[in-house]
Design a protein around this ligand. Structure first.
Ligand SMILES: [Cu+2]
Length: 273
């Protein structure tokens, strides 16, 4: 009777919870990658995860294996050791070196390679077309600034946009980021990129989108009570759509920008770095 009841309870639990588990796993799947180098970050995550699983299995094998081998019925007399014999030291050092070399040192090498070969290789606007965008974070808003028809930042014809960032697919985009008040962090989950927005400083990041669509932009730094509201939209558009939007936005900017409103001049000169 008791067994039957436990059985029924177990089946009920599995049936009712399976959708919750499915939801959990769906949430664990990383968002779609939309940049040329986003997979480098995923590779690093996967490498670390799998290697940790391997070591976890080894540790469990040791723990349960030795518990089984030295079960009290098999070896009734306890054996006492300080663990300071030469072979103990050698085994300990081999395990320590294996973990250090395969995890710590290797992910340092991998991330260093990624930084130097990808993420810090900023596109050179004198050699190729680069979409340049200035970002100003504030409590609790993302301000984006395009240079406008004159190609110069912080002038009356700049295109200003809040929470709505548009970029053309296939083009390299560079962001120069700052903050008006506290530290925020510009986060593109689909590009696997984030950079802090720090008052009085300009930080940079770049990526090249590979897919059109609408994606999330978030603030990844707890920045106050309405931190959660700093959610902007990234629209990756075809080049024609982007040019159409930018043309219209430039026309509206020229016609409607309030040149006397000093609040609109938060931009800065885009200089070589
Ligand atoms: Cu923020």
């Amino acid at each position: 009777m008791l067994k039957k009841m436990i059985g029924i309870l177990f089946v009920t639990f599995v049936v009712t919870q399976s959708s919750a588990f499915a939801g959990f796993w769906a949430g664990a799947v990383p968002p779609e990658i939309i940049s040329t180098n986003g997979h480098e970050i995923d590779n690093l995550f996967m490498y670390t995860t799998w290697l940790n699983i391997v070591y976890f299995i080894l540790v469990c094998a040791g723990l349960f294996g030795f518990s089984y081998l030295y079960w009290y019925k098999r070896s009734p007399k306890a054996y006492y050791t300080y663990g300071n014999k030469k072979e103990h030291l050698v085994v300990t050092m081999i395990i320590g070196a294996a973990v250090f070399l395969s995890i710590d040192l290797n992910i340092t090498r991998m991330s260093n390679d990624d930084m130097i070969n990808e993420f810090w290789k900023f596109p050179d606007a004198s050699k190729e077309e680069v979409i340049q965008i200035e970002v100003l974070a504030q409590q609790w808003m993302w301000n984006f600034r395009y240079a406008g028809v004159d190609g110069k930042f912080n002038t009356a014809d700049d295109v200003l946009s809040n929470h709505d960032l548009r970029i053309p697919v296939g083009k390299k985009v560079e962001f120069r980021i700052s903050s008006k008040d506290v530290i925020h962090s510009l986060y593109f989950p689909n590009a696997r990129l984030k950079a802090d927005a720090i008052p009085g400083r300009i930080t940079r990041l770049w990526f090249q989108p590979t897919k059109t669509g609408e994606f999330d932009i978030a603030c990844a730094e707890m920045c106050g009570t309405h931190h959660y509201l700093m959610k902007a939209k990234l629209r990756v558009e075809t080049e024609e759509d982007y040019k159409l939007w930018l043309g219209e936005a430039e026309r509206l900017a020229l016609a409607g920008n309030d040149v006397d409103n000093l609040d609109n001049y938060w931009g800065w000169k885009w200089e070589e770095q």
